[in-house]
Write a protein that binds this ligand. Structure first.
Ligand code: GTP
Ligand code: MG
Length: 305
């Protein structure tokens, strides 16, 4: 298991406090005092779960399980949700970031514009550097003006190296990064990508082209294809995930801007509907504000009083 984020999770509870209120607090407040799961109570519960961004299907499944049964009482609704949420996260697979010692590890970072891809790369570069790894950033977003400059500043701050070519074909930048990494024994390549091109089709074409270059020139070195989602986009994030899944084989999700978001339930919706594990969470704008996602801690943070 790769444990470079094994620092304390003190601010996790704070980061998910709005989500906890929305997802657990409101449901508990409206259900716990009831004598039975009447149709009225169940409908109310379903509405609350949907408005917490859990998704319509998942919300109705959770409510359907409670209909016409007498094992679980309204007073136990939190225990019920806690168990269901834990199971959902477990079924999405391991949340440990793949990493192989003594080998090149490539991380491909994708997502729509503004979700926090470049910031995630900076944070990852910083973490890997702290672990004493040799880190190379491939500036694959050659579309957006100033994107490479932004990356340059971040990489300097993190102490990582960078391959950038103004207006070049992103796939060729990644090709060059792979050559450099092989020649100079890098441990990590972080591939930044554009979030917006002329249209969605072009973007997906470009991403799969980059992915092909990696598969061809560095077979077995691609550790993760990480889809970056902004926690505040809620259910829209799921639609984004579907598009990216079709173009490239996403292996995990990084959920950014969880700090302050009330829509962190999207972690559960992603696990349930996409069977994708969230592995990283962004809890602020600074380099240190990246955490590995630990399902147990997340659940505890949601349910602790
Ligand atoms: N509060 C908070 N802000 C974040 C987090 N991650 C990123 N941001 C902010 O989100 C904004 C966009 O971040 P970028 O990293 O530039 O996003 P991007 O996906 O690279 O954007 P494009 O390159 O335009 O597609 C910046 O202002 C970041 O500081 C986070 O975890 N929490
Ligand atoms: Mg960017």
């Amino acid at each position: 298991m790769f444990k470079f984020f094994s620092e304390s999770f003190n601010n996790l509870k704070q980061a998910v406090s709005n989500t906890a209120k929305n997802l657990v607090g409101n449901v508990a407040a409206s259900v716990e005092g009831e004598d039975e799961f009447s149709e009225f109570v169940l409908e109310d519960m379903e509405d609350l779960l949907i408005s917490a961004d859990l998704g319509v299907n998942y919300a109705s499944e959770l409510v359907d399980n409670l209909r016409g049964q007498d094992k679980i009482k309204p007073a136990q609704v939190k225990d019920y949700l806690k168990e269901e949420f834990s199971r959902t996260l477990a079924q999405a697979g391991s949340s440990n970031l793949n990493f192989s010692d003594n080998d090149l590890n490539i991380y491909f970072i994708a997502g729509v514009n503004g979700v926090g891809k470049t910031t995630l790369i900076a944070k990852l570069a910083y973490k890997f550097k702290q672990e004493g790894k040799k880190v190379l950033i491939a500036a694959g977003d050659t579309f957006r003006a100033a994107a490479e400059e932004q990356l340059n500043i971040w990489s300097n701050r993190a102490g990582a190296d960078i391959v950038r070519r103004d207006k070049a074909d992103p796939a060729s930048v990644v090709y060059e990064a792979i050559q450099k990494a092989n020649n100079e024994n890098y441990n990590v390549i972080l591939v930044d990508t554009a979030g917006r091109l002329q249209n969605k089709f072009n973007l997906m074409e470009e991403l799969s082209k980059i992915k092909n270059v990696i598969d061809k020139n560095a077979p077995d070195k691609l550790r993760e294809c990480i889809l970056v989602l902004d926690a505040n986009t809620g259910q829209n994030g799921l639609q984004q995930a579907k598009v990216f899944l079709e173009a490239i084989n996403i292996t995990s999700v990084a959920l950014t801007k969880l700090d302050g978001s009330a829509k962190g339930a999207i972690v559960l919706a992603i696990a349930k509907e996409m069977k994708l594990p969230v592995k990283l969470i962004g809890v602020g704008e600074k380099m240190e504000d990246l955490k590995s996602f630990n399902p147990e801690d997340f659940i505890n943070a949601l349910f602790e009083e």
